[in-house]
Design a protein around this ligand. Structure first.
Ligand code: 7PM
Length: 273
């Protein structure tokens, strides 16, 4: 398996799991004040995640929550570009979480190191936009779209279908000129999946190819396991799941609670035989 991940200005060793900290730049996340409030809050949050040990920062301006409203290119860029610019020289790779080719292009022009696309570069021009850069990319599986994906997820064989989709998207990306070292794969927990689908995928993590990025932080699958616990009370569960994913070889853990996840990984490193 691949030992490095190449992302823009960076070559990251995959000898230990990397922690990707989530920075949401959406009106519903931080203060609902004006644009500068939102920028300040996002940058301050990112600085905190860095102090807590984040290896990568993932900056997103579109909520992909089930049922969330769509956002225009102009609005999404208005949210994320100032944050990307403010964080450009913090010393870790910056990832842009977007499905939109225009947003990818503008973010890449602003020097972003990685594209995290829940649509696996399926949008017209997206493969080309990433191929003509040096950025890394995360190709994620989903069934349906955020507006309706949780209505009736269906698979004959969720593990086989997700594995085949990811392998196909990776082959397409390589054919478009994106080196394998620049690609990570993601089964897309919660994206058009029932609790049972998510559990099947998690148990089969090692069969999905890779390197893998795993995002389970605060997700409803954990809420369901705990008995419908609200998102802000799912951090211990998120850390447990992240640690399990790491033990099963996940390369990158996408998390909200960076400090707790870094602590858990340190304990694993110190105590595991
Ligand atoms: C419900 C579903 C609420 C999803 C919030 C989310 C992933 C991602 C997101 C992921 C990659 C969240 C999300 N999840 N990108 N973006 N993998 N690569 O938890 O699992 O922030 S959105």
């Amino acid at each position: 398996m691949q030992r490095e991940f190449h992302a823009g200005r960076y070559r990251l060793s995959l000898d230990r799991p990397l922690v990707m900290g989530i920075v949401n730049v959406t009106p519903d996340s931080f203060s609902d004040g004006g644009r500068y409030d939102q920028l300040d809050a996002a940058v301050a949050h990112a600085q905190r995640l860095l102090e807590e040990g984040a290896d990568i920062l993932d900056i997103g301006g579109e909520s992909t929550r089930p049922g969330a409203a769509t956002v225009s290119v102009a609005d999404e860029l208005g949210r994320v570009l100032p944050v990307l610019k403010a964080l450009h020289d913090v010393g870790v790779p910056l990832s842009i979480d977007t499905r939109k080719t225009e947003v990818m292009r503008a973010a890449l022009d602003a020097g972003v190191d990685m594209v995290n696309d829940i649509a696996a570069l399926e949008a017209p021009g997206a493969l080309r936009a990433v191929a003509t850069s040096q950025a890394g990319v995360c190709l994620m599986h989903k069934q349906g779209n955020p507006q309706d994906m949780q209505q009736s997820p269906h698979y004959e064989d969720v593990v086989g279908e997700v594995r085949a989709y990811l392998a196909e998207r990776k082959a397409q990306a390589i054919a478009a000129g994106i080196a394998a070292e620049r690609i990570v794969l993601d089964p897309g927990f919660g994206f058009g999946k029932t609790l049972e689908h998510n559990v099947d995928l998690f148990r089969a993590l090692q069969e999905l190819g890779g390197p893998l990025l795993v995002g389970v932080s605060r997700k409803s699958m954990l809420g369901a396991i705990l008995g419908q616990r609200p998102a802000e009370q799912r951090d211990a569960a998120s850390v447990a799941a992240a640690l399990l994913a790491a033990q099963r070889g996940a390369a990158i853990l996408r998390v909200h609670a960076v400090r707790d996840t870094v602590d858990a990984l340190k304990v694993w490193t110190a105590l595991a035989k």
